[in-house]
Ligand binder design. Structure first.
Ligand code: MN3
Length: 383
């Protein structure tokens, strides 16, 4: 059961929890990559002794190199380093938990090298879903979802016939602003948006959870991972985050996966599939919850969610445009350049300002990405 693992995005929330899982099961960590947290990356490298360490931010390369000068780790940097670790011969599996569509090239590189993926980087599938899934099929590479909802769907499908699946129920916590009106969202502050009721995550995904863009991205992610049509995916707001998602079969039987909201469960399932062993987490006590609730999402108020669903319905480069516009708008919000409510307004306006272009190669994705970011920068400057 021992695996050789590389982790891209090792200092983030998923990355650090993945290392806890690796430690618990004695996995050999062969590569670690982080964006710019040199101190934590150094600690991780000293603890897990990977052969390769990559710091994405090239300005931190000299610092990283000197920090690890007394170790045998080879220090890399930039996208080249990230891709080099993704393709390491030693990898049994690559866990990609990079934030944003910067994770796309490492994903494609790992697939090209024939490496199985534990995928936490949802933007990868949103921006380049057709490329990633086609490449994985061509290379016979398996993609294990790490996102808790997709892990739940994947777990519910085990032992059942895929062709007998009728639809999936993607659960959503609803975020910190569930039940608020559009008017009320106008006065939301950054501090309020950065506080999530159930999950402790990085800033980007926490904002995406507040706008419900996260659920929109997951809708698209589910479409690609499980080969679904948009009308086979129902989003249900479930405030307690106990049911992580469910699947419905042709006989209308629904199977759900439950557990405490702790990412170590889906991380471990992705890294150990198909084995189930003790996880460094807590047991779920249903009676501690008592009540589980379900509601429809408010697609009028949460424009990011409705825009993402519209984008995958239209296809082509729309999901990529919407994702990149969101990344740029979230950055502007975190920099205090725009209000919370403007994220959704800017992201939804992308749909009306670009013609549909088909995605046939990586460059098509990059072109759409650049165009969407420029569009948002202009919109932000004119705010
Ligand atoms: Mn999720």
């Amino acid at each position: 059961m021992s695996r050789k693992v590389s982790i891209l995005g090792s200092t983030g929330s998923i990355g650090t929890q993945s290392l806890e899982v690796c430690e618990k099961h004695g996995f050999q960590v062969v590569g670690l990559a982080a964006h710019s947290s040199t101190g934590l990356l150094e600690q991780q490298a000293r603890k897990f002794s990977p052969e390769y360490v990559c710091i994405y931010n090239e300005e931190k390369y000299a610092d990283m190199k000197s920090r690890l000068a007394d170790t045998s780790a080879k220090v890399l940097c930039g996208m080249e380093g990230l891709c080099q670790i993704a393709a390491l011969e030693e990898n049994d599996i690559v866990l990609n938990s990079v934030v944003g569509m910067v994770g796309l090239l490492p994903t494609l590189t790992a697939i090209d090298a024939g490496k199985d993926l534990a995928l936490a980087n949802k933007e990868t599938l949103v921006a380049g879903g057709e490329l990633v899934m086609a490449a994985a099929a061509r290379k016979g590479v398996r993609i294990y979802p790490v996102d808790s909802e997709h892990s739940a769907i994947f777990q519910c499908l085990q032992g059942n016939k895929r062709e007998q699946l009728s639809r999936v129920i993607l659960t959503a916590s609803g975020g910190p602003f569930f039940g608020k009106t559009y008017e009320e969202l106008k006065s939301v502050t950054k501090e309020q948006a950065l506080h999530h009721p159930n999950w402790d995550m990085g800033n980007k995904i926490t904002i995406d959870s507040a706008t419900l863009m996260n659920k929109g991205l997951e809708f698209i992610e589910a479409k690609w991972l499980f080969d679904l049509t948009p009308d086979q995916i129902e989003i249900v707001v479930h405030r307690q985050s106990v049911i992580h998602s469910a699947v419905e079969f042709k006989d209308y039987s629904i199977i759900a996966q439950l557990g405490v909201p702790d990412m170590k469960i889906p991380i471990q399932y992705a890294l150990l599939y198909p084995d189930r062993v003790e996880c460094p987490t807590r047991r779920l006590s249903l009676t501690d919850y008592g009540t589980l609730t379900f509601a429809k999402p408010d697609l009028e108020t949460f424009k990011c969610l409705s825009t993402a669903i519209k984008a995958i319905g239209k296809g082509g480069d729309y999901p990529c445009l919407v994702n990149s516009a969101n990344e740029e708008a979230v950055r502007a919000f975190l920099n205090d350049e725009i209000q919370f409510i403007q994220i959704g307004e800017i992201v939804s306006s992308v749909m009306d300002n670009f013609p549909k272009t088909e995605i046939t190669c990586y460059d098509d994705v990059m072109k759409a990405d650049k165009a969407a970011r420029e569009f948002v920068r202009n919109a932000v400057e004119n705010c």
